[in-house]
Design a protein around this ligand. Sequence first.
Ligand code: MRU
Length: 349
Amino acid sequence: MNDWFVVRFEVDSGEVVLLDQRRLPGEVHYLRCGTLDQVADGIRDMVVRGAPAIGLTAAYGMVMHARQELDSGERSDASTFLVTLGAVGKALNATRPTAVNLSWAVARMARKASEVASLDPKSRYQAMLGEARAMHQEDAQACHTMGKLGAEDVPEGATVLTHCNAGALATGGYGTALGVIRAAHEAGKNIRVLACETRPYLQGARLTAWELHQDGIPVEVICDNMAGHLMSRGEVQFVVVGADRVAANGDVANKVGTYSHAVLANHHGIPFTVAAPWSTVDVRTATGSDIEIEQRPPDEVARCGDRIVVPQGVPCRHPAFDVTPANFIDALYTDRGRFEPKGGWVLPG
Ligand code: MRU
């Protein structure tokens, strides 16, 4: 059990409390958000990140709205409650476009709001809080389910490569890709992990390494551009990553750099796998090319920590995600089972 948490709704203060992941691994520091803008900024500015975790944060942001209505003592009618909550959901949805868990969570909270809109403010707030907490628990449970499934495929003695951070820090708990790794470790498999550093935010170096090291799972950090070399030398036996959106045809959007690992793994005959809860599967997006790729500030690429490493006046680009086609993916582990997108993906009903 971790002695830290990623996101929590604090009932006493009515605030959303976020672990500031930008400060890890140096410092475990929590940011208290008492306004919608603070919650939205927390998602946009990477205080909290990872597809399921930003969905949960948005859900708690909507709980905060219901709570503020309760605290104000003014009872809005059902339609005013839904209209104002709709605006909150829209603002949260606009923070990061690629991870579908965000809009999925906002839609689920909006459905709950419609069910309880005719009730008094206290009952509305309690129902919204109950829904957000249920989502949180369900996500952690989904991670355990897919972790067990994926762990069966991890070879004994394997070196497992992962990219970005798809761990407890990115989910309701346990992690998706890191859930597979944790479950394999817990099953007694003697595995070690190569964490790609994941420029420019260094989620692999800072976050994945931090989580796995705490759990006593052997982990080594490499620069993103070292993966091909190590694969060519037979030093990687399995790849597992998370996902921000799985299109209806099985294409997967994940942190930029994932596609390169998939191409390399396929070239070298190394299983390339993805773990994601069903809330990441987007049946309304037909293919990977329909997925909006978040373009983040170029300045994030120009910097390495506090230092600017690109000559002044030279432009940079920062597409934050890429798409791996279904036919590069040997297995997709979900809370609804294990699928094989490679060679024909049929979306289950
Ligand atoms: O930009 P980030 O850090 O939010 O990107 C996170 C990822 O790409 C993760 O792999 C993905 O969200 C899955 S998290 C379980």
